[in-house]
Design a protein around this ligand. Structure first.
Ligand code: ARG
Ligand code: ASP
Length: 727
């Protein structure tokens, strides 16, 4: 009997193992009906697949927007959601940060003090932010891969694919205001078309002060327990026909097909949750070889370079509030991946990820050798990967330095390279000067608003030294070798002199150049030390690194595609999800705390009490606004308290999310908005490469804290009138 039960158990486990499980995965909305909905309903979801995604009627997907930038609207840097029928959207504070900062000055410091438009007229116009609505998706694999066979040469294949994609996109955009984008899924084994309606007039409505919106700052970033009020609000505007239009004074608030109901019910441990959004990039199906290069070579070096840059910026920010305004967005940008990479390395070690990958690869090779047909397709690819990555590693490292310590090392270096086009104009291009000058003037204004020369000087010296110290000479740009020789390795002396002589550290000098630019000045520009350095780095990158890196990556891409196809063929009963690629996805899981480390177990939610515990006016990241303290001490939480009378702030859940999911709506079983996704917990950030339901947690802001801050703290409660709040 016991034996029989054992067998049954094994059978059940096998069955469960081959089916979709909640938690892990970022699912394609149009395929939920086929693969996920039963599982979702079993986990507690009360609605149907059609309620989420359906192209004939208004549905939940219509309340979600991908936030992009004018030049690259299909690359969604964050997600947002409609919370009123008058175009009001909510997203994260860190997603709106650039916009909030752009409107901030020492006199009107919206980063520090927050901002609330008290009427529609006061909403602030932003240049270049787009909000995309997904209209429909379609599997177009057959058309994209038409006439392509296993024997088609890789370059030919890519060419054919580009041509086919163009045709599909053109057809989808024809006679409509929509924009279309076809992207590869499953490492290029499938292709899906996404059609969007893209709005271009997105105005800032409000943001809490950074002491709430960025509470905990980079200290708490990527951590749980968390107390960050990471939200900001925007409004989408449209023309009179409710169609996308560039900013115009008489544009009107956009009327969406759908907006989310907001629930005040909150969450309990184990509750079903669902996240919609635009996850950016994950690489779950890499081989052990790729993982080794990333976690043992590339990322440790990138971490080292960024540590240096951050130390330099931090010291200057601490010493001056002007520098703090200028550098906080840049600092946060550098710090974010820097910290994630460190957690990722730890998390992968903890999971013994490389050994797990190797194990799967051994199985794969054994399987691939079971018959001639498979052998022809798959045997040997793992070994090939191994040799390819060996060849790729030094090039990849040189590429890391060129980017992290070169082009993005000192700020002036990257800025100077933008003038290359101008310097190259010849007599016959005189008609192009005006446009080029105009564009550079704009970039220059933006650049100098946030530029502090003493900080940059330190960055220049430090990054060049690291560049030169960590690579063999054959991987170094000429100018770096020149500088090292001429200054006998004293990069500080070089930085001092170069920035004094260069025009790129001084806005007046740049303006002077632009004000009366003539073709003959190209030569003078070429003599500028920073211009020469920037161009040398760029030239080396483009002529030495990129071609070799490109060639090898094309080979790894092909092998990865073949490996992916093989994995799917080997595990026929498994439902695979495609890596994130900035297309619309659905994630689902449950509210849960976790055991972080030995003897450390975390609850699933945090409260205002935790903010008060962290309160310390001496520490910038933990300086709680007086008004928030007062509200806490008065217990003035209104209708936003939970049933224990606490003011909830954040909660953790098992949804498998990644960068780009920030601002994503977190919904309950009834499809009502209960939170805003904004981060993941430190111990689980390796989920981009390997997910583990035990420990991977997405971190969300409780929507009740958002409403509490808007209403009680900011006194902007009038915004609640246009929301649909359910108890
Ligand atoms: N880690 C979050 C994400 O990847 C938040 C980043 C912004 N916050 C910060 N302190 N840098 O976007
Ligand atoms: N904070 C990330 C974002 O901005 C979300 C994450 O990586 O979990 O999209």
């Amino acid at each position: 009997m016991i034996k029989k039960m054992g067998l049954l158990l094994v059978a059940i486990l096998l069955l469960v193992g081959s089916q979709v499980k909640a938690d892990e995965g970022m699912w394609i909305p149009m395929l939920l009906k086929k693969y996920n909905i039963e599982d979702m309903q079993k986990a507690g979801f009360k609605l149907s697949a059609d309620d989420i995604y359906n192209i004939n009627d208004a549905c939940l997907k219509d309340a979600v927007v991908g936030l992009g930038r004018e030049g690259s609207p299909f690359h969604h840097f964050c997600t947002g959601e409609l919370i009123s029928d008058e175009g009001l959207i909510v997203t994260n504070h860190h997603c709106g940060y650039g916009a909030i900062q752009a409107h901030s000055t020492l006199e009107h410091n919206y980063l520090k003090d927050g901002f609330w438009a008290m009427s529609r007229d006061e909403e602030l116009v932003n240049e270049g932010i787009t909000a995309s609505f997904l209209v429909r998706m379609k599997d177009v694999t057959k058309i994209v891969l038409d006439s392509i066979t296993d024997d088609t040469k890789e370059v030919v294949r890519q060419k054919m694919i580009r041509k086919n994609i163009k045709k599909i996109q053109d057809a989808a955009e024809k006679d409509s205001d929509y924009r279309a984008s076809v992207k590869p899924f499953f490492n290029g084994n499938q292709y899906f078309l996404s059609v969007y309606e893209i709005f271009k007039d997105v105005r800032l409505v409000g943001a809490p002060p950074s002491a709430i919106g960025k509470f905990g700052g980079d200290t708490d970033n990527w951590m749980w327990p968390r107390h960050t009020g990471d939200f900001s609000m925007f409004r989408i505007y449209a023309d009179k026909e409710n169609k996308p239009a560039s900013y115009a004074k008489d544009n009107v608030p956009m009327k969406p097909n759908q907006s989310f109901k907001i629930s005040l019910k909150g969450v309990n441990e184990g509750d079903f949750t669902m996240v919609f959004g635009y996850p950016g990039t994950t690489t779950e199906y890499l081989t052990s070889h790729a993982l080794e290069m990333m976690t043992q070579l590339d990322n440790p070096h990138k971490i080292k370079i960024r540590t240096k840059k951050l130390d330099i910026m931090r010291a200057d920010m601490d010493a001056s509030s002007m520098v703090r305004i200028q550098y906080s967005a840049k600092y946060a940008g550098v710090a974010n991946s820097w910290k994630r990479w460190q957690g990722e390395i730890k998390g992968l070690q903890r999971l013994d990820a490389i050994a797990k990958k190797k194990n799967l690869e051994t199985k794969f090779v054994a399987w691939a050798n079971t018959n001639e047909d498979l052998k022809k397709k798959y045997a040997g690819i793992i070994d090939e990967m191994g040799s390819l990555y060996k060849e790729l590693a030094p090039i990849s490292l040189a590429r890391d330095y060129a980017i992290e310590a070169g082009i993005r090392g000192a700020e002036t270096v990257g800025f100077a390279t933008k003038f290359k086009g101008l310097s190259r104009l010849t007599k016959k291009d005189s008609d192009k000067i005006a446009d080029a000058v105009e564009a550079l003037k704009k970039q220059s204004d933006k650049f100098f608003k946030n530029y502090n020369m003493p900080t940059d000087k330190k960055l220049l010296a430090a990054t060049l030294k690291m560049y030169s110290d960590n690579l063999e000479d054959k991987y170094l740009p000429k100018e770096i070798i020149n500088v090292r020789t001429k200054y006998k390795g004293d990069f500080e002396a070089y930085a001092e002199k170069a920035l004094r002589k260069s025009i790129f550290s001084d806005q007046d000098k740049v303006n002077q150049l632009l004000a009366n630019y003539k073709i003959s000045m190209g030569k003078k520009l070429a003599k500028d030390p920073i211009f020469a350095l920037g161009n040398s780095i760029r030239f080396h990158y483009e002529s030495e690194i990129t071609p070799r890196y490109g060639k090898l990556s094309r080979q790894t891409t092909k092998l990865q595609r073949t490996y992916m196809a093989g994995l799917m063929e080997m595990q026929k009963d498994k439902t695979f999800y495609p890596d994130a690629n900035s297309t619309f996805r659905v994630h689902y899981g449950k509210v849960a705390g976790y055991k972080a480390r030995n003897a450390m177990t975390y609850d699933h939610y945090t409260t205002l009490e935790g903010i008060i515990e962290k309160d310390n006016p001496e520490i910038f990241d933990y300086d709680v606004p007086q008004k928030l303290r007062d509200l806490y001490h008065a217990n003035d939480f209104g209708q936003y308290a939970n049933d224990k009378g606490e003011m909830p702030v954040c909660f953790a859940a098992t949804n498998h999310t990644t960068g780009g999911n920030s601002g994503s709506p977190v919904l309950n079983a009834n499809g009502e908005l209960i939170g805003l996704n904004f981060d993941r917990a430190w111990e689980g950030v390796m989920s981009d490469l390997m997910y583990d339901a035990e420990i991977c947690r997405n971190v969300s802001l409780d929507i009740r804290y958002v409403l509490f801050v808007v209403d009680k703290f900011a006194g902007a409660g009038y915004l609640l009138d246009e929301m649909n709040i359910v108890k």
